[in-house]
Every structure is written in structure tokens, then in C-alpha cells.
Design a binder for this molecule. Structure first.
Ligand code: HEC
Ligand code: HEC
Length: 321
């Protein structure tokens, strides 16, 4: 009697298993491959944005200034430690942090929401606010799906154990944190259609943080009244270089540039043989070898946007003494 019961029970259970798994098969069979494909696509888009557009790795890795435009040193991707000091207009010193998936010294234990909050609102996991050299003001305007693809990609970086020194600022961080310029939520952000060249170009220019370097620097910080007018001078130690005026002013900016000239400025560096020479004192601080990986259409859209903004006359010396 007992045996029969056990048998019946097993039968019922196995029938149930068959039933549910066949249900699963029916409704979910295509999913594993669909999920895999779309996750791969998300990571690919994330890699493109992280490496070639948003420059996350340009700041959060070591750069090799013995080569033209300081490409990222292989093996240091995401480990942080780059120093941003007074020569970069920081009152004190701030270090790019470790954003590899290392659990102890990186962001391995952070949730997507925690990473998203630091990238779009400058609030770290522990609630501390971040110095705005981390361009969360820009990323605050980007579409959530693009940002999530970046997060998906940085989770695939090799975990690197590297403890980054704490920043030292000459004033409390509250003096530099300006939440009034941040949208409280990014949920409504959209990526404009690529067919809208100027709008889409503005989106990519913001994502690529071009404006943060190409702005005149004053003792009080960047001169927001003259966006893209250039003149911010970087002192890398071995050389000094001023950022170009990239407004459409014909005499001092890029007003006389054709789209082709602009495109060539970037695409030249798609091949390492074109930048792997001894640049000496006339190097660039612009991570152009990373931007070179941007799609032609994306670069052309950026050009279309830059040609649509207000021309500002500002003569910049490229290699000041
Ligand atoms: C211009 C350089 C720069 C760029 C570009 C940049 N970051 Fe940062 N990031 C920093 C610096 C510097 C800090 C540390 C700020 C501080 O200590 O106040 C930081 C902090 C962070 C933090 C907080 C980590 C922690 O431990 O609190 C995260 C996460 C982060 N960045 C991710 C990113 C991602 C993702 C991107 C690209 C979408 C990116 N960063 C682009 C410079 C940069
Ligand atoms: C980290 C700082 C930095 C960022 C970010 C940056 N640039 Fe530059 N850029 C420079 C510096 C420095 C120069 C001058 C040296 C040189 O020509 O490479 C320069 C030069 C240029 C020039 C060349 C002008 C000339 O006369 O040859 C163009 C065009 C340009 N940048 C466009 C851009 C665009 C577009 C972006 C965003 C996709 C961008 N830059 C992002 C620092 C930066």
C-alpha cells in the first residue's frame, strides 16, 4: 500500500515535472539564445561607448604619454589611480577610482543602481559626493539604456586589485558639488534619432565630454559663458598643451574646416603606426587614439553639431611655453 502511494507520488511529481518543463519548453525555448544575443549586443554597445566615446577608461586607467595622445596602458583598464591635480584646475588632488569588478578595491559588490547613481549623480556607494572632474553632469543627460550598457561592459573588465589613495581637496567637497545642475532623474532621457544630425551630434558631443576640455579656464573654474572656445592648458609635466577653439569661428576656431578634414583628424589614429612615435614635447592630451574608434557617422554628427553652435573668437596657443 505504502509502495503504491510512493509510486503514485513519484508519478504525479514526474508528470508535473514533465508538464512544467514542457510548458517551459513551449514558452521559453527561444529565450536562452535571444537573451544571450541581446546581452552580447548590450555589452558591445557598452564597450563602444566606454572605450571610444565616454572615455571612462581614458581616465580610469594609466595613460602612456611616451606615445602620441597617451593611449591606455594595456593591463591597467579601469584600475584607476590617475592623478588630477592643480595643473588640471583641481584645488587639491583627486584620483580616478578603481572601477574594475574587484570586490575589495573596485566596484565588484556594487549594484547597477549604485553604479548608475555615481555615474549620473556623482554619489558614491557610501553616500559621498564625487568631484565633478568625473563628468556625471554630462552622463546625467544620457539615455538610461546607454548607461546600463556601459555598466554591463565594465562588469566584464578584468578585476584588478588596486587601492586608490583618497582625494585631498582644499575645501569641503560640498563646495564643488552642484546638484542644482543635475536632473533629479534620468528616466526621461532619450538618445535622439541618428537622422537628426545636429541633435544626435549634441548627444554624442555631451557623451564624449568634448566640452570639459575645450573651455577656457579661469581662476574660478571653467568659463561656462564661452563653451567650446578652448584655451584650457594641460601641463602633463613633460609638455604643456592648450585645447583648441572648436566653435565655428572661421579665424580662430574650426569654422573653415570641412567635414573631411575633421574626420581625418580622428581617423588617422585608427592605426597604431600613425601614433606610435616619439612625440616629445609636442604631444596631445586629447585621447584621440581612443576617439578614433568612433564610427564615421558619429564623428560627422559631432561635426554637424559643432558647426551649429555660436562662433566665439578666441585665439589659442597650442604649445604655450
Ligand atoms: C575626466 C575623467 C573621468 C572620466 C571621463 C570618467 N571618470 Fe569616473 N571618476 C573620475 C574621478 C577623478 C573619480 C573620483 C572622483 C572623486 O574622488 O571625487 C571618478 C569616480 C568614479 C566612480 C566612483 C567610484 C567610487 O569608488 O566611488 C565611478 C563608478 C566612475 N567614476 C565610473 C565612471 C564611468 C562608468 C565612466 C564613463 C561613463 C567614467 N567614470 C568616466 C574621473 C573620470
Ligand atoms: C582631455 C581633454 C580633451 C578632450 C576630452 C577633447 N579634447 Fe580635443 N583637444 C584637446 C587638446 C589638448 C587639443 C590640442 C592638441 C591637439 O591638437 O591634439 C585638442 C585638439 C582638438 C582639435 C584640433 C584642432 C586643430 O586645430 O587641430 C579638434 C578638432 C578637437 N580637439 C575636437 C575634439 C572633440 C570633437 C572632442 C570630443 C569628441 C574633443 N576634442 C575632446 C583636448 C581634449
Amino acid at each position: 500500500m505504502r509502495k503504491v502511494f510512493v509510486l503514485a507520488a513519484i508519478l504525479v511529481i514526474s508528470m508535473a515535472v514533465v508538464y512544467f518543463s514542457s510548458c517551459n519548453n513551449e514558452t521559453k525555448e527561444p529565450e536562452p539564445t535571444a537573451n544571450k544575443d541581446s546581452l552580447e549586443q548590450v555589452i558591445k554597445r557598452g564597450e563602444y561607448l566606454t572605450v571610444h566615446v565616454a572615455m571612462c577608461l581614458g581616465c580610469h586607467s594609466k595613460r602612456d604619454f611616451s606615445k602620441y595622445s597617451g593611449p591606455v596602458m594595456p593591463g591597467s583598464e579601469g584600475a584607476g589611480g590617475e592623478e588630477f591635480g592643480e595643473k588640471m584646475g583641481v584645488p587639491g588632488v583627486v584620483y580616478a577610482r578603481n572601477i574594475t569588478p574587484d570586490a575589495e578595491t573596485g566596484i565588484g559588490t556594487w549594484t547597477d543602481d549604485e553604479i548608475l547613481r555615481s555615474v549620473t549623480h556623482g554619489i558614491s556607494k557610501n553616500g559621498d559626493t564625487l568631484f565633478p572632474i568625473m563628468p556625471y553632469m554630462n552622463y546625467n543627460r544620457m539615455a538610461k539604456e546607454d548607461l546600463l550598457s556601459i555598466i554591463a561592459y565594465i562588469r566584464t573588465l578584468k578585476p584588478i586589485k588596486s587601492k586608490v589613495a583618497p582625494r585631498q581637496l582644499m575645501a569641503p567637497i560640498a563646495a564643488f558639488y552642484a546638484p542644482q545642475f543635475l536632473q533629479p532623474t534620468i528616466e526621461g532621457n532619450v538618445r535622439p534619432p541618428e537622422s537628426d544630425r545636429v541633435k544626435y551630434g549634441e548627444y554624442m558631443t555631451t557623451f564624449a565630454v568634448c566640452g570639459d576640455c575645450h573651455i577656457p579656464m579661469t581662476p574660478k573654474g571653467p568659463d561656462m559663458s564661452r563653451p567650446f572656445a578652448g584655451g584650457f592648458t594641460f601641463d602633463v609635466g613633460t609638455f604643456k598643451v592648450g585645447t583648441a577653439n572648436i566653435t565655428p569661428d572661421s579665424a580662430t576656431g574650426i569654422g573653415a574646416w570641412t567635414e573631411e578634414r575633421f574626420l581625418n583628424k580622428f581617423t588617422l589614429y585608427r592605426e597604431e603606426k600613425n601614433y606610435d612615435f616619439n612625440p616629445g614635447k609636442e604631444n596631445s592630451y586629447m585621447p584621440i587614439s581612443a576617439y578614433a574608434g568612433m564610427k564615421d557617422d558619429d564623428l560627422k554628427a559631432i561635426f554637424a553639431y559643432l558647426h551649429s553652435i555660436k562662433p566665439i573668437s578666441n585665439k589659442v596657443e597650442k604649445y604655450p611655453k
